[in-house]
Design a binder for this molecule. Structure first.
Ligand SMILES: [Zn+2]
Length: 271
């Protein structure tokens, strides 16, 4: 499969047809089935849970169809169907990446596809409910590049060990180059100003305060991040950026949900 992907990239660069172009244009279901069925990919234990969940969802949905029920009548038939769905979930995830190692999740959108990855992003991309929204996380100098994260962010402890399997990251956090060395030296600086630490604990308390609206909490975090841009990166600042990202993501999602509720209401009531 690695050889096939390499050939596909060579052909694509030369403007020639790729091996899967025929499948896309003809849309022959039997051809697609054969291609999916005979493709061999390595299993990935880290994402096995996701593949099983995807498999279970498709299985339940397909079995609602009387036509599918008529084909997969016995337990052995249905087990075969389950194994196939599980295999196709793994294959289709892998095909979306440029290496044969899953997971490879690509985002195809005219604007966000232009943003490169950094483990120290200055923007956050939220993919939710059919919309892709990119919001700024911390001040960006005029002319500086806007980075988003494809998964790993240095301030996120859960994702610290997350492997960016489809490429070797060369960002300021990971790369062995002068900007990276400078960035890491700044992160490990011992002289963290006391007022910053004090403010961090005040914001942590503010975030926990019941009854205070999210907008007020987010504003306090935003002002703090703005005020201390020059001191960035420090673990204490990273903690606030991490919290701000959590709130921003929630805000974008609830905005989407409000929009959807209004659409449904308009459709039901004919508003
Ligand atoms: Zn990186």
């Amino acid at each position: 499969m690695e050889a096939e992907i390499a050939e596909f990239v060579r052909n694509m660069e030369a403007g020639k047809e790729g091996p899967y172009d025929g499948i896309n244009t003809e849309r022959d279901p039997l051809k697609i089935f054969k291609a999916l069925h005979s493709t061999k990919v390595k299993p990935n234990a880290q994402f096995e849970h996701d593949f099983k969940l995807i498999t279970a969802c498709y299985y339940q949905i397909y079995l609602k169809s009387p036509q599918v029920q008529a084909i997969f009548r016995k337990r052995a038939h249905r087990n075969f169907m389950l194994r196939c769905l599980h295999h196709y979930a793994l294959v289709t995830w892998t095909l979306q990446s440029d290496t044969p190692r899953p997971p490879g999740v690509s985002t195809i959108s005219p604007i966000t596809s232009l943003l490169n990855h950094s483990c120290d992003p200055n923007a956050l991309t939220v993919i939710h409910s059919g919309r892709i929204v990119t919001v700024i996380l911390r001040p960006v100098r005029e002319g500086a590049q806007i980075f988003t994260s494809y998964g790993r962010r240095w301030w996120d402890p859960k994702l610290a060990d997350y492997e960016l399997s489809s490429f070797a990251c060369q960002c300021v956090v990971c790369g062995n180059h002068p900007p990276g060395q400078k960035w890491r030296a700044a992160l490990q600086r011992a002289d963290v100003p006391k007022p910053i630490l004090l403010e961090v604990s005040q914001i942590a308390k503010l975030v926990e305060r019941p009854g205070l609206v999210d907008a007020a909490k987010m504003d306090a975090m935003k002002q703090f991040i703005k005020r201390h841009t020059r001191a960035y990166p420090l673990p204490a600042l990273g903690e606030i950026v991490r919290l701000y990202a959590v709130f921003l993501e929630d805000a974008v999602q609830s905005e989407n949900e409000t929009r959807e509720r209004l659409t449904v209401r308009a459709e039901l009531l004919g508003d």
